[in-house]
Design a protein around this ligand. Structure first.
Ligand code: FAD
Ligand code: 5PR
Length: 378
């Protein structure tokens, strides 16, 4: 093999695009397989913290991210429409944005770094010696194979890696809608409509709206209801009467949501017996799907994607499998602690008490995957 190392990557979500770009920027030749016929992200909004923002900075796209995103003044939590906390998270770097925008910025960065992107290319499996198999195609050889193919990962399952999975009782339907800020202000003039507002309502029924401004024009709303609540979880069109009966001040934006086809997702957490096997590494939801409570699923996906790229680049090519095991040993505990905390919040609905962005809950947000000295103190 030539001195240029080669990576084959499954899945062009946030994890796959990040590892592909970081490897290409470090001199690797990289092919990224996406089963979708187009490169795009259908999700709504996302909150990113310092751990992933540092990665975006290192990839060279932070100015673009800053232009298309915002930092709301406060992360507000309300219970039965009474404010229980307004957190401004001193010392914490955080931004809100839309997922299509983040996906576009990362896709452009990947192309610019020289990543070969193969759309309509469905990965059906991998081998630990470092091959990737694509539907209807041959075995592609690589120094490093990455499974970034999401919760239903074909790479993971083809390797026989076992995992535990938990589904929460609640789920969520997410939308990107126009801000309608003036209409909201008319209804509730005293509310700061630039805040993130987590509108919890547990009585008489569990219907929560997480309101997240993503930029000057777009608002991300996430509507949470228990999966056994037929009306609350109704899709593709939300039940406007039910949602406005509990959250009347959100009528303008809930009306906007009725114009869009929604999809209800149950929260899921995965825990694998191992993240690596030979020359294959798993990242993102393929390896560590988590409940979204602390807004770190995508953040952990991007930080693990980035540290995988730096660890693989630093390794002697012959010893790559050992380097992957060491990468997992060092990085995985941060993600697992975040999974545990998010799972606990999701299953107890503890975020309704507010004040969650403090202490240990900020461990992942404050983690700097780009700091080469980050493990020295351990
Ligand atoms: P995915 O986004 O699932 O990407 C996988 C890609 O692989 C897709 O493009 C798919 O088409 C492709 N693919 C799949 N199978 C194959 C195959 N066999 N061959 C080729 N390609 C394939 N995270 C945050 O950080 N902040 C938040 O605010 C936040 N909110 C969330 C809200 C909800 C309701 C949920 C469910 C999650 C949230 N997350 C959040 C988590 C975040 O969305 C995920 O963790 C993140 O998108 C995972 O990225 P990924 O690249 O691993 O997987
Ligand atoms: N935070 C964010 C989010 O999108 C969700 C949650 C928390 C940013 C759900 O989508 O707790 O459900 C949550």
């Amino acid at each position: 093999m030539s001195s240029t190392r080669h990576a084959e990557i499954a899945g062009a979500g946030f994890a796959g695009l990040t590892v592909a770009t970081a490897l290409a920027q470090r001199g690797w030749s990289v092919r990224l397989h996406e089963k979708g016929t187009e490169l795009r992200e259908q999700g709504a909004g996302i909150v990113l913290f310092g751990n992933s923002l540092k990665v975006l900075e290192s990839l060279g796209v932070i100015d673009e991210i800053n232009e298309g995103s915002m930092t709301p003044p406060f992360y507000e939590t309300r219970m039965q429409n009474v404010i229980v906390s307004d957190e401004d998270m001193p010392g914490v770097w955080w931004r809100t944005l839309t997922r299509p925008f983040l996906h576009k910025v990362l896709s452009e960065a990947a192309r610019h770094a020289g990543v070969e992107i193969a759309t309509g290319s469905e990965v059906i499996g991998a081998t630990e010696s470092g091959t990737l198999r694509v539907r209807g195609g041959e075995e592609l050889e690589a120094d490093l194979v990455v499974g970034a193919d999401g919760v239903a990962s074909a790479v993971r399952d083809s390797l026989g890696i076992r995992y535990d999975r938990w589904n929460a009782k609640d789920g969520i339907t997410r939308f990107l809608v126009p801000r309608r800020k003036e209409d909201l202000q008319r209804i509730e003039p005293d509310t700061e409509w630039d805040n993130v507002i987590d509108f919890w309502n547990l009585e008489p029924r569990v219907l929560r709206v997480l309101y997240t401004p993503a930029n000057a024009r777009e608002l991300y709303i996430a509507l949470m209801a228990p999966s056994d609540d037929k009306e609350g979880s109704a899709t593709p069109t939300i039940n406007l009467d039910v949602w406005t009966s509990i959250h009347p001040q959100l009528r303008p934006v809930l009306e906007e949501a009725t114009k869009i086809d929604g999809k209800y997702f149950r929260y899921q957490t995965n825990r694998l017996e191992q993240w690596t096997k030979g020359r294959v590494a798993l990242i993102g939801d393929a390896a560590h799907a988590m409940a979204p409570a602390l807004a770190q699923g995508g953040g952990c996906a991007m930080m693990n994607a980035f540290t995988l790229a730096t660890a693989a680049t630093a390794a002697d090519p012959a010893d790559l499998p050992d380097a992957l095991v060491e990468w997992e040993r060092l990085e995985r505990p941060f993600t697992e602690r975040c999974q545990d905390r998010s799972q606990e919040y999701a299953s107890t609905r503890g975020m309704s008490q507010g004040g969650q962005f403090v202490g240990d809950n900020l461990e992942t947000a404050l983690y700097d995957p780009t700091d080469p000295n980050r493990h020295l103190a351990q």
